[in-house]
Design a protein around this ligand. Structure first.
Ligand code: SAM
Ligand code: SF4
Length: 331
């Protein structure tokens, strides 16, 4: 029995998963995610690591059992491992899982510290294993460094899921080889449809690949067995039969998932968004700074009353569904 009531939204969904964007900054500029010239938040607008920890701990007290640290690139935030250590102390004592999504650039250097803090699984973004294509998509990334980080993290004991955004004309032909590589390296793979979040320098519709077609192709090449595991998120999963590898599909544009949504997102600025695709929000930073931690519970309850039933993404719309980028909300 929880000492304080669980977080249940107005549609009866229990909220058990918090994603935290620990920084909006990043050392890459993936074309589908950011514009080349981005304006980042001033330091004064950003939650301190202590404030993030206090808010996260209030969520844990209200029944949040899984926290993902993301961004932006979480590993570019100075001292982020202090936050990982502090939240890691709740794993097995309120929190079932503490995890991270990273671009892998600084992973080799941080992997052991993440394991020591209690992390068991992470997601690493890798849209291409071809050096030129990777450099083009990320605008200046070095794929060898990311792959080195992935393998170092795996060898340090982290289970790894590769995130790959399917991009027309860029990496479609690499999807099947990427799954082969994941099988060989004992990694999972999640394919993602590009989502209309924030203005970028190109039209996302030009790069959009519906994952339904991708899946049909993969099913002719791999023995895929449906896995009933649901994460309360957009992903549906398959197992590559006879291997330890799982294939996930995140297809918010072609398969809506919102009826089982269990998550909310805290931005770098301390804004709590109850849906990736809507602007409903509660300013937890303002409440924490004016009322202290005692003001947070009422704010979380208020947020539960505003969570929308579903996103309204439309890749062909002339403007993105929301103006903020994935890196701000926390992907
Ligand atoms: N920097 C880290 C990384 O790249 O893994 C964490 C943040 S990033 C915003 C989290 C995930 O969101 C990445 O897998 C990235 O590919 C994905 N992403 C970013 N913008 C997206 C968009 N507009 N549509 C779909 N996925 C997106
Ligand atoms: Fe940075 Fe991740 Fe966005 Fe790429 S997807 S620009 S690595 S935040």
């Amino acid at each position: 029995m929880l000492a304080t009531p669980a977080l249940i939204d107005r549609h009866g969904r229990t909220i058990s998963y918090l994603r935290i964007s620990v920084t909006d900054r990043c050392d890459l500029r993936c074309r589908y995610c950011m514009a080349e010239q981005m304006t980042f938040l001033p330091k004064s607008a950003v939650l301190s690591l202590e404030e993030i920890a206090v808010i996260a701990e209030r969520f844990i007290a209200r029944g949040i059992s899984k926290i993902r640290l993301t961004g932006g690139e979480p590993l570019v935030r100075r001292e982020v491992t202090e936050l990982v250590n502090r939240l890691g102390r709740h794993v097995g004592a309120g929190l079932d899982e503490l995890t991270m999504t990273t671009n892998g650039n600084a992973l080799a250097q941080h992997a052991s510290a993440l394991v020591a803090a209690g992390m068991r699984r992470i997601n690493v973004s890798l849209d291409s294993r071809d050096p030129e294509t990777f450099r083009y998509i990320t605008r200046h990334g070095d794929v060898a460094r990311v792959i080195g980080g992935v393998l170092a993290a795996r060898d340090a004991g982290l289970a790894i899921k590769i995130n790959m955004v399917a991009l027309k004309g860029l990496n479609e032909h690499e999807i099947a080889p990427m799954l082969d590589w994941c099988v060989a390296e004992q990694l999972d793979l999640t394919l993602i449809e590009t989502m209309p979040l924030g203005q970028i320098d190109e039209d996302r519709a030009d790069r959009f690949v519906p994952l339904t077609a991708v899946f049909d192709d993969l099913a002719t090449r791999f023995a895929l067995v449906r896995d009933v595991h649901r994460s309360g998120g957009p992903a549906r999963y398959w197992r590559v039969d006879g291997t330890g590898t799982k294939l996930g599909l995140i297809s918010p544009l072609t398969a809506n998932f919102c009826d089982t949504c269990n998550r909310v997102r805290l931005t770098t600025e301390g804004i709590l968004y109850t849906c990736l695709g809507h602007d409903d929000q509660v300013d937890l930073k303002a409440i924490l700074r004016s009322e202290g931690v005692g003001g947070l519970d009422a704010a979380l309850d208020a947020a539960m009353r505003t969570k929308p039933a579903r996103h309204e993404f439309n890749i062909d719309a002339t403007a993105p569904a929301v103006t903020r980028h994935m890196s701000v909300t926390g992907g």
